[in-house]
Design a protein around this ligand. Structure first.
Ligand code: NAD
Length: 316
């Protein structure tokens, strides 16, 4: 008989981890959710708060546990990690999180050797690569949230500019989840009409300045939210649950998760956000979409930024 329970574990009960648990619970996708945090009291508190809402959603068991409680998870979502401290460099942060992942990933793998690992902690592309190396899992089963959130921010901003339903806006942000990410303008379309033609149809301004401005807003979105409320949680949680849904329902959805490139776009041995078919085995296939020459060049530059950071890590 086919397995009829779905277990999802979340490592890290911070803003992102606990909001992801809430969104997951609301979606009714999992029959068991386990939350692990080095700060056990925080995990217990979040779980109590979530569990008191269970009468209002589909049946689910939620518990705060240790790694042994994550045993046989279908998906393990990693949101744990250290945030930047004043005066710390980007490399200090990578180094600190590498050490955290070195203690965390072997524990996850020990108890859930057949799971799919979904990394959300930042810098997500770097830490997804680190997780891939530390886990020994095939790359299909180690994915990062990549630019799924950035792509949704991009589509949202375009939908506001054009005053159309965001579900009719199709486009991607690709590359690093960070400052070097690129907008795939050459693929952007509104209900199948390419963006430049759509602009002409409705007499809207879509010149280079407009395009750069929109990309800047996407790139700066997290900084702006952090300045105002100190963290981001809602949209990232929904993006993570969207990826989880694509996996659990074997949807073969095309999402810009962070995936290991093996020569696609002339790039290899780096994780970054590219359109990928996501289903029950994880990242099933990377799509090589038709970017223009400028976009291809910018995507390569984005991969170079990530490779430089990776070269600083002493894998051991
Ligand atoms: P947070 O500080 O609120 O939560 C992090 C949690 O990790 C804390 O509860 C902490 O106790 C826990 N933790 C630290 N070390 C641990 C360990 N060794 N084992 C278990 N738990 C441990 O941070 P947050 O706001 O929830 O953000 C979490 C991560 O998600 C950050 O790296 C953040 O940058 C990232 N993030 C990613 C995206 C994305 O799109 N990929 C978006 C938003 C945030």
């Amino acid at each position: 008989m086919k397995k009829n329970t779905i277990k999802v574990s979340i490592i890290g009960a911070g803003f992102v981890g606990s909001t992801t648990a809430y969104a997951l619970m609301m979606e009714g996708l999992a029959s068991e959710i386990v939350i692990v945090d080095i700060n056990k009291e925080k995990a217990v508190g979040e779980v109590m708060d979530l569990a008191h809402g269970i009468p209002f959603v589909k049946p689910v068991d939620i518990l705060a546990g240790d790694y042994k409680d994550t045993k046989d998870s279908d998906i393990v979502i990693i949101t744990a990690g250290a945030g930047p401290k004043p005066g710390e460099t980007r490399l200090d942060l990578i180094d600190k999180n590498y050490k955290i992942f070195k203690s965390m990933v072997p524990e996850i793998v020990k108890y859930s050797p057949n799971s799919i690992l979904l990394v959300v902690s930042n810098p997500v592309d770097i830490l997804t690569y680190v997780t891939y190396k530390l886990s020994g899992f095939p790359p299909e089963r180690v994915i990062g949230s990549g630019t799924v959130l950035d792509s949704s921010r991009f589509r949202y901003l375009l939908s506001k500019h054009f005053n159309v339903d965001v579900r009719n806006v199709h486009s991607y942000i690709l590359g690093e989840h960070g400052d070097s990410e690129i907008a795939a303008w050459s693929l952007t379309n509104i209900a199948g009409i390419d963006v430049d033609n759509y602009c002409k149809c409705i007499c809207k301004n879509c010149d280079g300045n407009f395009k750069m401005g929109i990309l800047d807003q996407v790139r700066n979105a997290a900084y702006e939210i952090l300045d105002r409320k100190g963290y981001t949680s809602y949209a990232v949680a929904l993006a993570v649950v969207r990826i989880v849904e694509a996996i659990l329902r074997d949807e073969n959805s095309i999402l810009t998760v962070s995936t290991l490139l093996k020569g696609q776009y002339g790039i290899e041995d780096v994780y970054m956000g590219v359109p990928t078919v996501v289903g029950d085995t994880g990242a099933k296939r990377i799509l090589e979409v038709n970017l223009n020459e400028e976009e291809k060049g910018n995507l390569k530059e984005s991969s170079a930024v990530l490779k430089e950071s990776l070269s600083e890590i002493k894998f051991q």
